[in-house]
Write a protein that binds this ligand. Structure first.
Ligand code: PEP
Ligand code: MG
Length: 585
């Protein structure tokens, strides 16, 4: 058994058979064979035959390449050929079959991954690169042994836990929720969009684990602990038992919290808090209603692009918005305009300038304003959907007044077009911005004159305030919602909104974290937009506290020097509130 600590990004527990993607993505028919001489002999024979077959294929490739391109290119296959011919490989695999009764597939995978691990530990860039040759050889041998191509994630028909070096947000949206119990990746950070998608899809996930793929083979039993950010490889019986009990306790808690669906998020002193939800896909409206959401506080429309095979047209936008607005039956739906770029699929993925620093590049509203053929159809679709319910439009990553005024002007132009065509829309559609750049927070007193509402996007606000990439695990310790610099910008924004009739909400992940609920209520936040799965827990906290109590907590937190001190204080306050409530009930 091996336990690896990473970053918890999507809560829940997943116990199951692993499926490694990236490197090989094969699943083995079985791991162990019956411990008899006949069975082991048969398995060794299968392995030796596969070795020969792969050797023939690689030599044929070498000869073809040499003939077409010359010796130098043919030499590329030298590493594979010498690995295949190495008697040690044969001995090691055979030993695992004869002594541990591993199947040929599992013995090949464990042996070659063991070699890969040695190479990776050598701290030598050249040797580390050779690991790709080892993985390639593993892939070829497994393909020959199983007679199959790599597992196609779209066509899974049994439940697995996906393990990968990385999953992009685009790959994550394609995971089949019925069969993918959870996933774990070597890289990735807490604020990345892969994390956000996993939460939306309610798939337990841990990212930023560092190197572990050389320690595990497809088919090994693994546990993804999305609550504690832990990956456990080949858990022992006691650990499995303990986790199965935790799964049951979790289910019981979810069941208990379900009772909260129809009660309002109201504090003990009678202040009504709005519980809104963040969604990426129309189908999530159902989960929102299930949890008793008061509306959608953030609809990340760019995900339409991540799931579409061809660029979505106005009609595709309209259909998606209409589905959400109609499902929400008159509750508010904040449609955020395209926020492409950054770590989401953009239109400049091939552009080296853009790839150098995508979060500071042509992202979000900047990309929309620079690509009106993309932006105008979306604005039209939002306006058309505005007659179906309480639709509001929100512009992301506003950092200058010019951007906001230009976006508003385009909206008016589209209104005029629709009027000329005799198409209905709501001319009074509320217009808002996301406050997610320090510039927007600093200049918020000016922005409030031009908007009807705002929503604080802490995922980006933290990144841009502290100059720390939200998806990079190497700087994860700096990426802290409770950094005093971030808290001051939040406070400033809420105070500016409070002086006007601009309604303020927060839709960054900070708001979905129960640690910060009291702090945020104390700072004056009354509209919370959270991941649908977080609604019950956050609502429960709102119902256990009073506003003066939260104000005292916020005041105290703001006197502290750093995020660790603040987090420890907030966690202690939350524990005390829960304990008091348990005593009272
Ligand atoms: C944010 O930045 O906090 C936010 C909600 O937007 P996104 O995570 O989509 O960038
Ligand atoms: Mg953002």
């Amino acid at each position: 058994m091996q336990q690896i600590q990473g970053i918890a990004v999507s809560p829940g527990l997943a116990i199951g058979e692993s499926l490694i993607i990236d490197n090989e993505g094969f699943r083995f028919p079985h791991h162990l064979i019956v411990p008899t001489a006949t069975a082991t002999d048969g398995e060794v024979r299968r392995f030796v035959n596969a070795l020969d077959e792969v050797g023939v294929a690689i030599r044929a490739s070498r000869d073809a390449v040499t003939q077409q391109l010359g010796e130098r290119y043919g030499a590329i296959f030298a590493a594979h050929i010498s690995l295949l011919a190495d008697p040690r490989l044969r001995e090691d695999v055979e030993k695992k079959i004869r002594e541990d009764f591993y199947s040929a597939e599992y013995a090949v995978s464990r042996t070659l991954r063991g070699y890969a691990d040695h190479f990776l530990n050598m701290d030598n860039a050249y040797l580390a690169e050779r690991v790709h040759d080892i993985y390639d050889l593993e892939r070829r041998l497994l393909q020959t042994l199983t007679g199959r191509q790599r597992e196609d994630l779209d066509r899974l028909d049994t439940q697995v836990v996906v393990l990968a070096h990385n999953l992009t947000p685009g790959e994550t949206v394609h995971l089949n929720r019925r069969f993918v119990l959870g996933f774990a990746t070597e890289i990735g950070g807490a604020g990345g969009h892969t994390a956000i998608v996993a939460q939306g899809m309610e798939i337990p996930a841990v990212v930023g684990l560092g190197r572990f793929l050389s320690d595990v083979s497809s088919g090994d039993t693994v546990i993804v602990d999305g609550d504690q950010g832990m990956l456990i490889l080949r858990p022992d019986e006691a650990t499995l038992q303990q986790y199965r009990q935790r799964v049951e306790r979790r289910l019981a808690t979810v069941e208990r919290l379900r009772d909260l669906r129809d009660v309002p998020a109201e504090t003990l002193d009678g202040v009504r808090i709005k519980m809104l939800a963040n969604i990426e896909f129309p189908y999530e409206s159902e989960a929102c209603l299930d949890r008793g959401a008061d509306g959608i506080g953030l609809y990340r429309t760019e995900f339409l692009y991540l799931t579409a095979k061809v660029e979505p047209a106005e009609e595709d936008h309209y259909r998606a918005y209409a589905e959400v607005v109609q499902a929400m039956k008159g509750r508010p739906v904040v449609i955020r305009t395209l926020d492409l770029g950054g770590d989401k699929l953009g239109f400049s993925q091939e552009d080296p300038e853009e790839n150098r620093n995508p979060f500071l590049g042509l992202r979000s509203i900047r990309l929309a304003l620079a690509n009106l053929q993309l932006f105008r159809p979306q604005l039209r679709a939002i306006l058309r959907a505005s007659v179906l319910g309480d639709v509001r439009v929100m512009f992301p990553l506003i950092s200058t007044m010019d951007e906001l005024l230009r976006a508003k002007q385009l909206l008016v132009e589209e209104m005029d077009e629709l009027s000329a065509e005799g198409i209905e829309y709501n001319r009074e559609i509320p217009v808002g911005i996301m406050v997610e750049s320090p510039a927007a927070a600093v200049m918020i007193d000016r922005f409030v004159e031009e908007i009807d509402f705002l929503s604080i996007g802490t995922n980006d606000l933290i990144q841009y305030t502290l100059a720390v990439d939200r998806g990079n695990p190497a700087v994860k310790d700096l990426y802290q919602a409770s950094d005093p610099a971030v808290l001051r910008l939040i406070q400033r924004t809420l105070e500016a909104a409070d002086r006007t009739d601009v309604r303020a909400s927060m839709c960054g992940q900070m708001c979905s974290d129960p640690t910060y609920t009291m702090l945020l209520l104390g700072l004056g936040l009354r509209d919370l937009s959270v991941a649908p799965s977080s609604i019950p827990e956050i609502k429960q906290i709102c119902r256990k506290v009073t506003i003066p109590q939260c104000q005292a907590v916020a005041e105290q937190a703001l006197t502290m020097r750093g995020p660790r001190e603040i987090d420890a204080y907030l966690k202690a306050e939350l524990t005390a509130v829960n304990a008091a409530s348990d005593r009272g009930s």
